[in-house]
Design a binder for this molecule. Structure first.
Ligand code: SF4
Length: 715
């Protein structure tokens, strides 16, 4: 930390850091000035860097507010007779060791669950997996990144043999002549990326947006396909059919570099475009126009995000978008590639180093004997000591409900707001014998905790994060810790010591953990061995895989071969899939969910930033004025939304830019405004992604009487 005293009157601290929010990971400096007489003031200055090119969005500019001015937890607390009571760290560790030990004695090793987050640094994500498997010996660990990236991750692994969010650097976007943005609202979720797309447009690119809503991103579109929620896979079958009919296939590429094309051809050729138009809600002519535009462009890229992925067929929908790239030969060269636009700060790195139920560090698989032996050797234990595969995040909530999991250790997540079917999740958490929450704030979930542990913020906690491009970045966080706050990784080391595993957790710094992570990831798919803190300080991040410190890292993937052993990419025939829950007489509309510019995830941080909260102080439901008229809804009034799982109360907001059959509600609020009280828990059979993005809903005007009943929690 640079602390400069000047004029004997004030102290000035300059903190170099990265935005704690989305996956661009924009760099910045936060300057704190503390005059002798008067309140501190803060200035945020963007730092030039390759990904954000020196830009910051409104979230990044105001991120200091929650960290420096919010109601942070400052010391450990336990709940005693319903009241939070301050305790010491030693008491907290002793209590955890005693409670976890007793529960495991009674109910077995797997009676403890560990639940992480996609905003944790690589070092903490790595250590959380190690702590769960070694110190607690439980198989039940997963994280909220399951809800962010699992569909695209599984699709990348299966199609390409590797899961890295963007196959190309961001600078390739301006070289693409046609870009498909499917289910991704970059303008609100990753705003500093928008100039890349504007530049592509200035260079003559055609932009095709596929989204049920006219989002801020859709304003860029030359063609906007307003697909029905959950019908992406079918729409892409239509695009593929036209690409084949019009001869825009790259047969040489398909023959030399892929397998599975004939199955895809045989699958889509007999399909009826008329039928696809009917089931997707997109006119035949529009499907044809988009397919021809993409097919005949010399270069092209496809980006997908949660709008495509958060469905019970999210994995296969992404596979179909990848099919489109492969069929047209638009991957592995400049201006040609795929991008899964990660939402969370470390959505990429967080899924590579062992906090997923089926994974070990370096993207190794927990059920692979060779992989287990390698990691066991790095950790200095016998492979038999490593538990097996657990279950996905929402399935952990089911295990909690069934009381197979009796205690939960939670770090960097707010599952009561971020899981689907939130009433069920809350009921489950209420049954726990012991809930430990590590957070900066008393979130909706933390309110239920038996033990609360305060953790450091992004300007205090150093560590690496891997941005959406697969570029590993060093976040320098060096502000002194407030109160008795500890770094999350320090808590994991000290808890492990209390559980008798001090020897395997000797770390004194994030860099020390990263050194072990390098070795643990060596020769894995996500190979970080060639990356060091020194390199990250010198260079503007390093792309993985990077197997040696002499290598630059892999900037653009698949230029010569895909990552499968035979070097080929795999196509897959994708069925026309329908959402598990369709509108009917009782619940006649689709509900889809998403984000707004000023908030991040479950809003625990952004709702505490006054400047961000002021922009959207409460949630809302967006609906078409004609839909509103049909159901007797006025603009700006409180309305009730109901599904088979729950009900919420929000204010109506009219928009001509949404489908007549669809309502939209953002995801950043809890309690009475928690959209996840409504969402469906159906899981994708491959990646276990819940179907957040579509369910059947009804909307009713709210009387005073009903509001009073609901706000008291009555059914
Ligand atoms: Fe950059 Fe994303 Fe933070 Fe905005 S929210 S400043 S785009 S990292």
């Amino acid at each position: 930390m640079e602390g400069v005293k000047f004029d004997g009157a004030a102290e000035r601290l300059v903190m170099k850091t990265q935005c704690p929010f989305c996956s661009v990971q924009c760099k910045m400096q936060v300057i704190e000035e503390r005059p002798k007489n008067g309140p501190p003031s803060y200035t945020v200055v963007p730092t030039p860097n390759v990904a954000s090119e020196g830009r910051l969005c409104v979230k990044g500019i105001n991120a200091y507010q929650h960290a420096l001015m919010g109601d942070r937890m400052l010391y450990p607390m336990k709940k005693l007779d319903g009241q939070l009571v301050r305790i010491t760290w030693s008491e907290a560790y002793a209590w955890m060791a005693e409670r976890f030990g007793k529960l495991q004695q009674c109910y077995g090793m797997d009676s403890i669950g560990v639940y992480g987050g996609g905003s944790l640094t690589n070092e903490t994500a790595y250590l959380l997996g190690k702590m769960a498997r070694l110190s607690l010996g439980t198989k039940y660990i997963d994280y909220n990144g399951r809800f962010c990236m699992s569909a695209a991750a599984s699709a990348g692994n299966k199609a390409f043999g590797i899961d890295r969010g963007l196959t190309n650097p961001l600078s390739d976007i301006q070289l693409a002549k046609c870009i498909i943005l499917a289910g991704t609202n970059i303008a609100e979720c990753q705003p500093t990326l928008m100039p890349y797309f504007l530049r592509a447009k200035e260079n003559g690119a055609m932009i095709i947006v596929i989204d049920p809503r006219e989002t801020a991103t859709a304003e860029l579109a030359d063609i906007h396909l307003k697909v029905k929620p959950g019908m992406d896979a079918s729409l892409v079958n239509g695009l593929l059919k036209i690409v084949l009919e019009e001869g825009h296939t790259d047969m040489r590429f398909l023959k030399e570099r892929t397998r599975g094309f004939e199955e895809v051809r045989a699958h889509v050729e007999p399909m009826s475009l008329l039928e696809i138009a009917e089931i997707t809600g997109v006119e035949e002519a529009e499907i044809r126009r988009a397919a021809i535009a993409f097919g005949r462009a010399d270069t092209g890229m496809v980006f997908t995000a949660r709008g495509v992925e958060q469905h019970s067929d999210g994995y296969m929908s992404v596979r179909n978008y990848i099919n489109l790239l492969l069929v047209t030969g638009k991957i592995g060269r400049e201006g040609c590639g795929y991008g899964a636009v990660t939402g969370q700060a470390n959505g990429q790195g967080g899924r590579e180093h062992g906090q997923k139920a089926d994974q070990l560090p370096g993207y190794r698989m927990i059920d692979n004997e060779e992989h287990r032996a390698y990691i066991a050797d790095v950790w200095g234990v016998d492979p038999e000591q490593l538990p097996g595969k657990g279950v996905s995040a929402y399935e952990m909530m089911e295990k909690i409900h069934e009381q197979e999991i009796r205690a939960l250790f939670l770090m960097g997540s707010n599952p009561i707001v971020s899981n689907p079917n939130a009433n069920f999740v809350q009921e489950g958490l209420e049954k726990l014998d012991f809930l430990v929450v590590c957070d900066m704030y008393i979130s909706e979930t933390a309110r239920m905790a038996d033990l609360l542990l305060p953790v450091s913020s992004y300007i205090e906690n150093e560590g690496t994060l891997t941005n959406l491009e697969g570029r590993v970045l060093l976040r320098e966080g060096n502000r002194p810790l407030p109160g008795e706050v500890k770094h999350d990784w320090k808590i994991l080391c000290e808890l492990s010591a209390a559980l008798g595993k001090a020897e395997q957790f000797p770390f004194q710094s994030a860099e020390g953990i990263f050194e072990e992570l390098r070795i643990a990831s060596k020769s894995g798919i996500a190979d970080y061995y060639g990356i060091t803190y020194d390199r990250l300080r010198r260079e503007e991040g390093v792309y993985w895989p990077c197997p040696s410190i002499d290598e630059p890292g892999s900037v653009r993937l698949f230029e010569e071969r895909f990552a499968h052993p035979d070097g080929r990419a795999e196509l897959a025939a994708v069925a026309n899939h329908f959402p598990k829950e369709q509108p009917d007489e009782q619940y006649p509309l689709y509900l889809t969910t998403g984000r707004v510019l000023s908030h991040y995830l479950s809003g625990v941080q952004t709702r505490r930033s006054p400047a961000l909260a002021a922009r959207n102080i409460e949630s809302f439901v967006e609906l078409h004025p004609r839909t509103a008229m049909k159901y007797g809804i006025k603009e700006g009034v409180l309305v009730q939304l109901e599904t088979r799982r729950g009900q919420v109360v929000v204010r109506s907001r009219f928009s001509y830019a949404i489908r007549l059959d669809t309502l939209f509600m953002p995801m950043h609020w809890g309690d009475l405004q928690s959209v996840n009280k409504l969402t469906h828990q159906a899981l994708d059979p491959t990646c276990r992604m819940p179907a957040f993005k579509v369910c059947a809903v009804r909307i009713v005007p709210l009387s005073h009487k009903t509001y009073s009943r609901i706000s008291r929690g009555c059914p």
